[in-house]
Design a protein around this ligand. Structure first.
Ligand SMILES: Nc1nc2c(c(=O)[nH]1)N[C@@H](CN(C=O)c1ccc(C(=O)N[C@@H](CCC(=O)O)C(=O)O)cc1)CN2
Ligand SMILES: NCC(=O)N[C@@H]1O[C@H](COP(=O)([O-])[O-])[C@@H](O)[C@H]1O
Length: 215
């Protein structure tokens, strides 16, 4: 599958995809990386791994619609079959999503629908949660509440700061995101309304549901 990865920041989830491809665990290829921030460290990762990238900034367009259309045009030109939001910090509208129906996935650092939006890790701490986690879901117009592909539970420690909890969650993000991409690439992810089933995957055992097979 041709992947298009959208980023805004450090790019550690992008790196997890790169590592999975370079190790042979993923047979897919990253056709293009789009960053909406010029100084995103994810861009340095693209340079290091010779991955095509482009910076497309919202402020360079008169409307959100034209911003999104510019991204769609590049992704279509590159023959992208699956769009992966890997720390992409802009809410997508129908303009973008209608161009890739049920072909956009996102990694979110909580067990959605809990703690949607920004700073999910901080929300969990402030709530006093003892368990949080991360989710890979299909992206819909609704924010952080699309059909769930896979979730991982992560404990919250009394001593946790936003940084320590974020790092613990990231260690699972870096596994469930490549795994979700692999399952989609294998054609095993079936969506019926809001229900997602991964054919042949083992459900019901934590901390990851369904159980990972490759990461
Ligand atoms: N239609 C959707 N778009 C996006 C989703 C989604 O589920 N549906 N997921 C997000 C990723 N995300 C959390 O996982 C997220 C990203 C950004 C925001 C947000 O409030 N963005 C602000 C700008 C914030 C900034 O620039 O710092 C905005 O777009 O106005 C919330 C959640 C990706 N898109
Ligand atoms: N609401 C979206 C959101 O909070 N996404 C989160 O941003 C981080 C990006 O890290 P990365 O740039 O190192 O992959 C990740 O923790 C991802 O789950």
């Amino acid at each position: 599958m041709n992947l298009g990865v959208l980023v805004s920041g450090r790019g550690s989830n992008l790196q997890a995809i790169i590592d999975a491809i370079e190790s042979g665990k993923l047979q897919d290829r990253i056709s293009i990386v789009i960053s909406n921030r010029e100084k995103a460290y994810a861009i340095e990762r693209c340079k290091k791994h010779s991955i095509p990238y482009v910076v497309i900034k919202r402020k360079d367009f008169p409307s959100r619609e034209e911003f999104e259309r510019a991204m769609v045009d590049i992704l279509k030109e590159r023959g992208v079959e699956l769009v992966v939001l890997a720390g992409f910090m802009s809410i997508l509208t129908k303009t973008f999503l209608s161009a890739f129906p049920m072909k956009v996935i996102n990694i979110h650092p909580s067990l959605i629908p809990a703690f949607q939006g920004l700073n999910a890790q901080k929300q969990a701490l402030e709530y006093g949660a003892k368990i949080t986690g991360c989710t890979v879901h299909f992206v819909t117009e609704e924010l952080d509440n699309g059909p769930v592909i896979v979730q991982a539970c992560v404990p919250v420690l009394d001593t946790d700061t936003e940084e320590s909890l974020s790092e613990r969650i990231l260690s699972y993000e870096h596994r469930i995101l490549p795994q979700a991409i692999k399952w989609i690439s294998q054609g095993r992810v079936k969506v019926e309304g809001r229900i997602v089933k991964v054919e042949g995957a083992k459900y019901g055992t934590l901390p990851v549901n369904p159980s990972l097979e490759d990461f």
